[in-house]
Design a binder for this molecule. Structure first.
Ligand code: CO
Length: 294
């Protein structure tokens, strides 16, 4: 009983934290060099004839405005995490973490809808539970939803029981509002490990998605700074990190969307980008990287 009460009071703290925590600065992320985390050490020989089950990309919804994609190439079966993808073409995935936010997320959804662009939202479970209507709207408009833990903890510093609750309660909140099971997750602060990446993939059926473009938008609350950092650093196959809980980040998006689109980039969801991932040596050298306009 005591344990239950502690659990309930913790849940209360988590729920109450949704408003306040969402407006605080995100602590400095653990530095994950681009592509460092995606270089997985061999995790032991896999049993012949029993490859890990591929997760169902349940969050990818067909949409009238989805860009036409070339046929997918098979990604390595033992790859559990990604900072970016190797793609033949100017495909990129922009991701928004830590929401949904009552005001900024709907504003961002309007901007995306107006341009027919797709994004991926790594939601915090306690906020997903608080804003089911925004969750429904995200999915209805063709975007992807991923798991960003229940209360934004560093998942590599909690015990097994807490880790399971962080993952499962968030998936439950996502299922409750959207009926979907996420195909990908993002560890808060990028705090993960080879062991956790394998666990998230094989036990929960979620690939671990880090990033290759980070505008530090939680730290520098200036729309022009955020947009120029994203525009300057975006590359074919990029996974862009941003946060839809900051007004300045959302204010940066029209410039980001319109400039990158003008340069030929195609915004796809993370699961769509992963489906295009192929061994680096097979990617054409003459990948049509959009030419900078200025
Ligand atoms: Co976060």
């Amino acid at each position: 009983m005591k344990r239950l009460l502690i659990g309930l009071s913790l849940a209360g703290v988590f729920l109450a934290a949704c408003h306040t925590a969402r407006t605080q600065s995100e602590p400095q992320v653990i530095v994950v060099p681009p592509d460092e985390m995606s270089r997985q050490p061999a995790l032991g020989p896999s049993t012949a004839g029993s490859p890990p089950a591929a997760p169902t990309p349940a969050t990818v919804k067909p949409s009238a405005t989805t860009v036409s994609l070339p046929p997918p190439a098979a990604a390595p079966a033992n790859k559990h995490s990604y900072n970016s993808c190797n793609v033949d073409g100017p495909y990129i995935a922009i991701t928004f973490d830590d929401g949904p936010h009552a005001v900024h997320t709907p504003t961002l959804l309007d901007m995306l809808k107006q341009r027919g662009l797709k994004a991926t939202f790594y939601v915090v479970g306690q906020c997903a539970a608080e804003y089911p209507d925004i969750m429904k709207r995200i999915v209805a408009e063709g975007h992807e939803i991923g798991n960003h833990s229940w209360s934004h903890v560093a998942l590599n510093s909690v015990g097994a029981d807490s880790l399971r609750k962080q993952m499962e309660n968030t998936n439950a909140a996502i299922k409750e509002s959207t009926g979907l099971r996420p195909a990908t997750m993002r560890p808060p602060y990028g705090a993960t490990s080879a062991r956790l990446n394998k666990l998230f993939d094989e036990e929960y059926g979620m690939k671990v998605i880090l990033w290759s473009v980070d505008p530090l938008d939680w730290k520098n609350r200036n729309a022009a700074t955020v947009s120029s950092r994203i525009i300057q650093n975006t590359h074919p196959g990029a996974i862009i990190l941003a946060h839809d809980i900051h007004a300045t980040t959302v204010a940066a998006m029209p410039e980001v969307f319109d400039t990158l689109t003008a340069r030929g980039y195609k915004f796809v969801t993370v699961s769509e980008l992963l489906a295009l991932d192929r061994p680096a040596q097979l990617v054409k050298k003459e990948t049509p990287a959009p030419t900078p306009a200025n």
